[in-house]
Design a binder for this molecule. Structure first.
Ligand code: RTP
Ligand code: MG
Length: 147
């Protein structure tokens, strides 16, 4: 079963959106297999966002993502990687459709509430960067036969 790494960013934690965001993915029919509140070190943030290290916003991105706790999660389900990206909406909240998380809750591209892995390879890399095996729960939910 496919897994993805999702993270409520510091702005989402500060704005009390953890519950709302978890609720959207639960109601959609995905399964939460791991979660924790954590404050990222500069090193972890730079590794996580390594693909952007030459971009002009890299310094601002790392300083924002380490500025307070994030809520790190691993979610499981059919096509969860791409479906979670659709549920998040466009990177820039100004362009994100209403009904998406960024469309409903974000204003600025630098504080866009949530991160989600953008591919199978990113998902595998990010899950192992943030979680060890013991923190991930392998279980079935009865309700999933209705999803
Ligand atoms: P994320 O990695 O955080 O899930 O976001 P994403 O895939 O939708 O967007 P990505 O291209 O990976 O960019 C990573 C984060 O960098 C910030 N950003 N700022 N100032 C800017 O022009 C700019 N462009 C991107 C955003 O916060 C974005 O989420
Ligand atoms: Mg990205």
């Amino acid at each position: 079963m496919e897994r993805t790494y999702l993270m409520v960013k510091p702005d989402g934690v500060q704005r009390n959106l953890i519950g709302e965001i978890v609720s959207r993915f639960e109601k959609k029919g995905f399964t939460l297999v791991g979660a924790k509140l954590m404050t990222l070190s500069k090193e972890l943030a730079e590794t996580h966002y390594g693909e952007h290290k030459e971009r002009p916003f890299f310094g601002e991105l790392v300083s924002f993502i380490t500025s307070g706790p994030v809520f790190a999660m691993v979610w499981e389900g059919e096509n969860v990687i791409s479906t979670a990206r659709s549920m998040m909406g466009q990177t820039n909240p100004a362009e994100a459709a209403p009904g998406t998380i960024r469309g409903d809750y974000g204003v600025q591209v630098s504080m866009n509430v949530i991160h989600g892995s953008d591919s199978q390879a990113s998902a595998e890399r990010e899950i192992s960067l943030f979680f060890n095996e013991q923190e991930l729960n392998n279980y079935e939910k009865e309700v999933n036969k209705w999803v």
